[in-house]
Design a protein around this ligand. Structure first.
Ligand SMILES: Cc1cc2nc3c(=O)[nH]c(=O)nc-3n(C[C@H](O)[C@H](O)[C@H](O)COP(=O)(O)O)c2cc1C
Length: 220
């Protein structure tokens, strides 16, 4: 078995993966992901995140219907996907694939949190979500946030018995991926960071390569 990747390799290579092998995700693996998720910070340490593990085919089929409807609306923005640059084309094809095969995803985690509990909505949920996705990548699984499958949320709330006190923040399809993790493409630090005040460039970042320091952590 491959040695587990180190922290920075995980951070630099955790892609949104949207194609899965049919292999089930055992409970002991799922528990590790959730046990990593709940180590995240939350406002006032409220820990009001709630995770629903969904393996039920009927529920996933409903979510697939919503995902396909949302995909069809979204895809109208791209009348000719095949003529798009490679990375954009591959990513859109992967979204389409997941929307069309959502019911086959081994496990979906629906993430909820108390409505109106925090002044920064989602700020006390997504740190846990990212912990979970990084833990998944470290253990050889893949996944992504896939909110196309949430539909109008109200129907999903009823389907899963989620109380009104809770908001649905995201759906995380997970499994052993048939696509590969690899370096994520992001804007360079210098393009998104200012020194002391808005708009002032940071010379140290300007002197770094556009791809950042991934070369320090990834095998060539
Ligand atoms: C709040 C949030 C919502 C997202 N919703 C979706 C979604 O509905 N469908 C989807 O395919 N990806 C979704 N994503 C994943 C992003 O599209 C993806 O992480 C981004 O394009 C970068 O891709 P990469 O991580 O593979 O580099 C979402 C991500 C976030 C943070």
């Amino acid at each position: 078995m491959r040695e587990q990747p180190g922290f920075f390799e995980v951070v630099y290579t955790t892609r949104a993966l949207r194609r899965f092998r049919p292999d089930p995700v055992p409970d002991e693996v799922l528990f590790q992901l959730l046990d990593a998720a709940i180590r995240a910070p939350s406002g006032q340490n409220a820990q009001d995140w709630r995770f629903i593990i969904v393996r039920d085919r009927t529920v996933k089929e409903r979510m697939q219907t919503w995902a396909l409807q949302a995909w069809e609306r979204y895809a109208q923005r791209f009348p000719d996907i095949d003529s798009l640059p490679r990375t954009q084309r591959l990513s859109l094809r992967a979204v389409e694939h997941l929307a069309s095969h959502f019911a086959e995803v081994p496990v979906v985690i629906v993430v909820c949190g108390l409505r109106g509990r925090h002044t920064t909505p989602g700020g006390s949920i997504f740190p846990a979500v990212q912990n979970l996705l990084l833990a998944a990548r470290a253990l050889g699984l893949g996944g992504s946030i896939f909110n196309l499958a949430l539909g109008d949320r109200e129907a999903l709330r009823q389907l899963l018995g989620i109380p009104d006190t809770n908001e649905i923040f995201c759906a995380l399809p997970l499994g052993y991926p048939s696509d590969r993790h690899g370096p994520v493409r992001r804007k360079p630090v210098k393009n998104v960071t200012f020194l002391e005040r808005w708009g002032r460039r940071w010379p140290f970042a300007e002197a770094q390569p556009d791809e950042g320091w991934q070369g320090r952590w990834l095998q060539p």
